[in-house]
Design a protein around this ligand. Structure first.
Ligand code: NAD
Length: 485
């Protein structure tokens, strides 16, 4: 496999020399070998990127002043360029974070161009509103781009999450400074190549990779009008504090500890692929996964057996192999973290029924076996804290009221799923769960509907028309009674 090395940054519509000297090296989580490097952005690079984004937003022929249809043409070209690189994008993500390639093709290769097309059409279709006022005049309600966006993304679904932000932002007429996570930078540089090839106007999109200090610098930068962040709850709190002080609008997509609630009539085996996708996808490294499995006492042993059988039989391997269902975790740090939770699950009294260690056949890479604990108390650490690895906690419940109580007994509220043979019953149950999103017999973030969390899972929504509103200011012009049409 060839390595990918970059020595310039995409800022102001061009590849520029970095202002600092530091480098980010990316190692394969599968082989532990060096697979690429990029310049690490410095504060001066963020300054340059924000200046470029400001000029593109405020200067002559500003991006936000273009007719939406004109922006749509450019964004369609960007989508085309991404599509022609989709296979390479998926492969780069898989090589960097261990996401199984079939998942990467969908989330990382397929999703970004789809979102660009979806949002640029939505802005074209967004009619200016004229409301007949109660006081005789007319109110013209405009949606204006919010300005320069600082977008900060994590490593787990790097391109998919990037486009939850930049697709609506660019379509709305905003300009963007993107800070990818250091673990996954090579996909972001390929995305920048696509933007350049598509002829995005200078400064409309800028990419400056770096760690948390650089992210914090971007969040507090005086030239930024809006922050859009996805990552941990701890980082989200720090960002919210800064944005609160600055009165800077912010969207926060944070952690989760969602419940997969198995009702007593569920056909779990018949839905096992969907159950896998809702609980263990991407090696357990997705914020909305249902990692607390709530099982009815009337069928408890059977549910434990089914979940155990699922975890024990998943194909662990090189994430570039199409048959692989579980790849490595992103880093040795992440593996250490997950292993410490597995140890805690056992010492707290959980009954290990699957996994619990490293797969014997892999002598390299940050692999952890898919792991299941049964008999977990809702107050145990592994039932309360986000693990971000392939570890499920099965918790018994007596009746539906208790299941609702346990499902809601969490600091988080992001995803969830209900498993039942009776969709009406399942929907009634889903309405009682305090969460931002929840699925019946599956879990899929449909682009048309708002996605996001409550409580410690975040603030604001992405996807759907709501995801576009996050990048628009509402402005009202009051026309006097005489001018009313
Ligand atoms: P992280 O918070 O450590 O890092 C995420 C990104 O934020 C990285 O780019 C990092 O460099 C940057 N960052 C970290 N601290 C910062 C700060 N104080 N100011 C500005 N930037 C900062 O998270 P992670 O470990 O990389 O990612 C995993 C976390 O992300 C999990 O908690 C997961 O649940 C969450 N996540 C949430 C969603 C969602 O949509 N709700 C989606 C994916 C991941």
């Amino acid at each position: 496999m060839s390595t990918m090395h970059y020595d310039q940054l995409y800022v102001g519509g061009d590849w520029q020399q970095p202002r600092g000297t530091a480098t980010i090296e990316v190692h394969s989580p599968t082989t532990e070998e060096l697979i690429g490097s990029v310049p690490e952005g410095s504060d001066a690079d963020i300054d340059a990127a924000v200046d470029a984004a400001r000029l593109a937003f405020d200067g002559p022929d500003a991006w936000g002043s273009w007719e939406p249809a004109r922006r749509q043409e450019v964004l369609a070209r960007f989508a085309d360029e991404l599509e022609s690189r989709a296979a390479e994008t998926a492969s780069r993500v898989t090589q960097q974070n261990g996401m199984p390639i079939v998942v990467a093709e969908q989330f990382e290769g397929g999703f970004p161009p789809l979102l660009l097309r979806y949002y640029s059409q939505m802005v074209v279709d967004q009619a200016e509103e004229r409301r007949a006022g109660m006081l005789g005049g007319t109110a013209v309600v405009l949606r204006e781009p919010i300005g320069v966006v600082g977008a900060i993304v994590p490593w787990n679904v790097p391109q998919g999450i990037t486009f939850l932000k930049i697709a609506p932002a660019l379509a709305a007429g905003c300009t963007v400074v993107l800070k990818p996570a250091p673990e996954t930078v090579l996909d972001a540089f390929l995305m920048a190549e696509a933007a350049k090839a598509a002829g995005l106007p200078d400064g409309v999109l800028n990419v400056v990779p770096g760690g948390r200090e650089l992210g914090a610098y971007l969040v507090s930068h005086p030239g930024v009008d809006k922050v859009s962040f996805t990552g941990s709850t701890a980082a989200g709190r720090a960002i919210a504090e800064t944005c609160g002080r600055l009165l800077r609008p912010v969207t926060l997509e944070l952690g989760g500890k969602s419940a997969a609630i198995v009702l007593d009539d569920a056909d779990l085996l018949g839905n096992i692929e969907s159950f896998f996708a809702s609980t263990l996808l991407n090696n357990g490294q997705i914020c909305w996964l249902g990692t607390r499995v709530l099982a009815p006492q009337s069928r408890y042993a059977e549910v434990v057996d089914t979940v155990t059988g699922l975890a024990a039989n998943l194909v662990i391997g090189d994430p570039l192999d199409r048959g692989t269902q579980v790849g490595p975790l992103v880093s040795s740090r992440q593996r250490d973290r997950v292993e410490s939770y597995i140890a805690k699950g056992g010492s707290d009294g959980g009954r290990l029924t699957a996994g619990g260690g490293r797969p014997e056949e892999r002598d390299k890479g940050w692999f952890v076996q898919p792991t299941v604990f049964a008999d977990v108390d809702p107050n145990h650490t592994i039932a309360q804290e986000e693990i971000f690895g392939p570890v499920l906690a099965v918790i018994p419940y007596r009746d539906e009221d208790e299941a609702v109580r346990i499902a809601n007994d969490t600091d988080y509220g992001l995803g969830g799923s209900v498993w039942t043979a009776d969709l009406e019953r399942g929907e009634a149950f889903a309405r009682k769960v305090r969460t931002g999103t929840i699925g019946l017999n599956h879990y899929t973030n449909d682009p048309t509907a708002p996605f996001g969390g409550i409580k410690s899972s975040g603030m604001g929504r992405e996807l759907g028309p709501e995801g576009l509103s996050a990048f628009q200011n509402l402005k009202t012009i009051y026309l006097p009674p005489t001018a009313a049409s």
